[in-house]
Design a protein around this ligand. Structure first.
Ligand SMILES: CC(=O)SCCNC(=O)CCNC(=O)[C@H](O)C(C)(C)COP(=O)(O)OP(=O)(O)OC[C@H]1O[C@@H](n2cnc3c(N)ncnc32)[C@H](O)[C@@H]1OP(=O)(O)O
Ligand SMILES: O=C([O-])CC(=O)C(=O)O
Length: 384
């Protein structure tokens, strides 16, 4: 018989937690398989709306289906006024991820069929969330900053509207394409901590809002989605390539982790999504006539390869892309979550469709005590 100790793997590294038909990191063939397609190939010709359709309807959309999807999402842009009102009561320093977590949690009360776990019911909720989450992200941030709310602009595409609500300006064609591509690349990635969190919550038969609320909390952490914000603060801390190099060496000397490097699955090679964002950064650098961020990133990349044999993950290059797009740093992780909403919903739908409660075991390393009377019940305790 295998003992519990032999089976225990810290961080569940390499452990199979689910069977899924949604996605798979095929490290042998170097593909991020999403419903049978390679995400990197998709990112070269398809748009984020295509991936929404692929993940929720199991196939890439026709032009008409894509048009219908865009129209449907626009009809869900507005969120209940009372949810907006909630943000006005939060302390001003509240992080946008905490605002987002509160916003998504509060949507549950507005769902009149909350107890319905059917695929159809969950898909309808997923589409509503895909329409509403960008509005929550942009306006919770604005309200917490003491700024006026911004209304969605339905004349713009889904990504252009999201960009507009985040920055207050309509993106150029290049900016829209790059932003859309970042959403696509962030959309789904097999079994990261936040997806596992959502599936664990869903496995109790809890609802989609609860599962996604937990996923926001998971994604906020700096070892996961929070890394994209940390990367940008780090890049900004260094005034030049030389400054960035000494910052990296100082961190390495102090044995600090450098955000944006390493990945549980791609530890010895570059995250293929990061390469796509690096190319986008190159394009933006040419367009803006400023390659200072790119040069800093490349210097950091070289140091990490030589010193640690570590490579960039998606957050390392998505962060400077958002920087060049003029998006405020505290919105980077909420953008990641918005993009991942579709993947998370697909996983919760799948979990509810074929559920078994997650309930693992532990290795107990605490003390064992014996009560003086042997633990027997004190029947007359109240009379003593
Ligand atoms: C889109 C995403 O969410 S991608 C993840 C974003 N997160 C980050 O960028 C945070 C920085 N990276 C990390 O902390 C890690 O690489 C993780 C959490 C992503 C994956 O880590 P794990 O698989 O748990 O590996 P672990 O943290 O145990 O690291 C293994 C070794 O590599 C080192 N290492 C891993 N990442 C880094 C890093 N970014 N900087 C410096 N050293 C690192 C660790 O110190 C450790 O070294 P040791 O064995 O000498 O102690
Ligand atoms: O896969 C992971 O562990 C983290 C990640 O890259 C993602 O969520 O996109």
């Amino acid at each position: 018989m295998v003992s519990m100790e032999e089976k225990y793997i810290p961080g569940l590294e390499g452990i199979i937690a689910s069977e899924t038909n949604i996605s798979f990191l095929d490290t042998v063939h170097g593909e991020i398989v999403i419903k049978g397609y390679d995400l990197i190939q998709l990112s070269k010709t398809k748009r984020y709306l295509d991936i929404i359709h692929l993940l929720l309807e199991d196939q890439l959309p026709t032009d008409e289906e894509k048009h219908a999807l865009a129209t449907r999402l626009k009809s869900y842009y507005e969120i209940p006024t009372a949810v907006m009102e909630v943000f006005t009561h939060l302390p001003k320093g509240t992080h946008p991820m905490d605002g987002l977590r509160t916003g998504i949690s509060s949507l549950a009360g507005y769902d009149t069929t909350l107890d319905d776990r059917s695929k159809q019911g969950n898909k309808e909720r997923a589409y509503r969330l895909l329409g509403g989450v960008p509005t929550i992200v942009a306006n919770s941030y604005r309200i917490l900053q003491g700024l006026e709310k911004i209304e969605p602009d339905k004349s713009l595409s889904y990504s252009a509207n999201f960009f507009y609500m985040l920055t207050g300006r309509v993106p150029s064609d290049l900016e829209e394409r790059v932003f859309d591509q970042s959403l696509l690349l962030y959309s789904e990635h097999e079994m990261p901590n936040s997806t596992f969190t959502a599936r664990v919550i869903a496995s109790t038969q809890s609802d989609l809002f609860g599962a996604l609320t937990g996923a926001v909390a998971s994604l906020k952490g700096s070892l996961h989605g929070g890394a994209n914000e940390a990367v940008m603060y780090m890049l900004n801390e260094a005034e030049s390539v030389g400054g960035l190099e000494s910052l990296f060496y100082k961190k390495l000397f102090k044995k600090e982790k450098i955000m944006g490097f390493g990945h549980r699955v791609y530890m010895n090679k570059m995250d293929p999504r990061a390469l796509m964002m690096k190319e986008a950064l190159q394009e933006l650098s040419i367009q803006n006539g400023d390659d200072s961020l790119l040069r800093k990133c490349e210097a950091g990349e070289r140091i990490m390869e030589v010193e640690k044999g570590l490579y960039p993950n998606l957050d390392y290059y998505a962060a400077p892309v958002y920087g060049m797009l003029g998006i405020p740093i505290p919105l980077y992780t909420p953008i990641f979550f918005s993009a991942r909403t579709v993947g998370l919903c697909a996983h919760v739908i799948e979990q509810h469709e074929n559920n078994r409660l997650f309930r693992p075991r532990v290795i107990y390393s605490g003390a064992r005590h014996t009560l003086p009377n042997g633990g027997g019940l004190r029947v007359n305790a109240e009379n003593e």
